[in-house]
Design a protein around this ligand. Structure first.
Ligand SMILES: [Zn+2]
Length: 124
């Protein structure tokens, strides 16, 4: 629908469409190659899918920082050994249930999270 409202050259459109699809695959592939405070990396996007209330940005973290929905990926997402550790997965599953629909910790929370801007998980 966008191109009907904002006409553009068909080749530019195809290049941009290809780049958007490439980026979308890259942030869902589980390979966390970069840890950046500015770029919304695959690790940031995994936080989005794990906890739902964080890191909505597609490319950058700016608007999440402004809107207080930014959350730094924990070491468990960036360390290859921790990323596949079943104990880490259990903890992540427990932590997912420790928040209500508004992203606030519930009674099930073991207080391992700080909620709000620049929130970061504690080291495991
Ligand atoms: Zn996604």
């Amino acid at each position: 629908m966008f191109v009907f409202f904002v006409p553009m050259n068909k080749y530019i459109y195809m290049i941009m469409f290809g780049l958007v699809n490439f980026w979308s695959v890259m942030i869902h592939d589980g390979e966390y190659m970069i840890s950046s405070a500015v770029i919304n990396s695959a690790a940031h996007h995994s936080v989005h899918h794990l906890y739902f209330n964080y890191n909505y940005g597609q490319y950058f973290t700016l608007w999440d920082r402004i809107g207080c929905s930014y959350r730094t990926p924990g070491e468990e997402l960036l360390n290859p050994k921790l990323k596949t550790d079943k104990n880490v997965w259990k903890k992540q599953s427990k932590d997912v249930d420790a928040f209500d629909e508004f992203g606030k910790p519930t009674d099930a929370s073991d207080a391992t999270f700080k909620v709000g801007p620049h929130a970061k998980t504690k080291a495991l």
